[in-house]
Design a protein around this ligand. Structure first.
Ligand code: GRF
Length: 203
């Protein structure tokens, strides 16, 4: 299951990989958004993938909001028989049982070389602006396992890009994005293989 909040270009990379049979036996069984009407949902529908929308209940205090949303996502995942959850531009924080029940089975893509430029408030253009302001000479993207923190789980893979002398946040974002499409597919392939190997080991 792929969780999204926006445009869904990483989701599209995964859809393309599945259509090209690069995910092996892996299939995208569901796409879930925490925002209605995002373009990622249109991409999923166009590919014939079942879509779900689960929006935060803003009337609840922040902590309960996360628990409540995470609980509904866990229910959808369990009902759909999901083995792997991929956060591909998903902006809500998962909390509670889902982290335990899917431990080692939730991955996230982040547009920086973690542990640098991760954590609360570090998303989208903010990441690239911070990288430029710090005068970094390289940036990139990371795919990591999701734990109870924000962008803190073990890193599975990273892809680097140079930061150019006259770079803008937009230019850097675009360069990082191109690497993300490779990284997210590679990580999905690795996880599918791992899940299958573990399953065979259990037989
Ligand atoms: C990506 O940069 C990803 O690293 C971050 O959110 C962005 C999502 O882009 N978590 P898209 O929706 O896949 O186009």
């Amino acid at each position: 299951m792929v969780l999204v909040s926006g445009n869904g270009t990483n989701l599209q990379a995964l859809i393309n990989a599945e259509q090209e049979r690069r995910l092996g036996p892996g299939t995208i069984a569901a796409v879930l958004s925490d925002k209605p009407w995002v373009y990622a949902l249109a991409r999923a529908e166009a590919a014939g993938i079942p879509v779900f929308t689960e929006v935060s209940n803003k009337k609840l205090p922040r902590h309960e909001q996360r628990q409540d949303l995470s609980g509904r996502i866990l229910e959808t995942a369990a009902n759909t028989g999901i083995d792997l959850i991929i956060l591909a531009g998903f902006l809500s924080i998962l909390e509670g049982n889902i982290i335990k029940q899917y431990a080692g089975r939730i991955i996230n893509i982040h547009p920086s070389l973690l542990p640098k430029y991760g954590g609360m408030g570090m998303y989208g253009e903010r990441v690239h602006r911070a990288v430029l302001e710090a005068g970094e000479t390289e940036s990139g993207c990371s795919v990591h396992l999701v734990d109870a923190g924000t962008d803190t789980g073990p890193v599975l893979l990273q892809r680097k890009v140079p930061v150019l002398p006259d770079d803008t946040a937009d230019g850097l974002a675009e360069r990082v994005h191109r690497e993300e499409y490779i990284a997210i597919v590679d990580a999905a392939i690795t996880m599918v293989k791992k899940i299958i190997a573990e399953r065979q080991g259990r037989l």
